[in-house]
Design a protein around this ligand. Sequence first.
Ligand code: AMP
Ligand code: ZN
Length: 132
Amino acid sequence: MDCIFCKIANGEIPSATLYEDDMFRVILDVNPASKGHALILPKEHAKDLYELSDETASRALTLARDMAAKMTDALDCEGLNLVQNNGEIAGQTVFHFHMHLIPRYRGDTVKVGWKPYRLTDEMKTELLSALK
Ligand code: AMP
Ligand code: ZN
């Protein structure tokens, strides 16, 4: 399998690494949305959230928390978006699970958004019966 994030995560391709342990590598995004935009990459290949192992899934969020604290402290950002895309429809372009850590600054040009609409009673009933 020819997966660029497998190669980066496992050190076969050099990267701007902010953190590394036995399961993860955190790197700077090559096309950042804001100063310090980083990617959390598991070393074990999983295409997306659906394929993630229990261990990777649980450690990913504690690592995101720790990186967020470290980055906020070091970069003096005011907040941070944790973004994770699954599938082409959702904007995924590299099919190896990753999480974006996007530091937020006053006046930055980052856009993470959607146009909200009203949840009707009918929609609610349908969704609760499908998902509950
Ligand atoms: P996504 O759209 O969620 O799949 O995000 C993929 C991200 O990976 C984008 O923000 C790219 O800029 C970033 N990216 C792609 N190739 C590399 C690379 N070789 N090194 C660092 N970041 C990369
Ligand atoms: Zn991979």
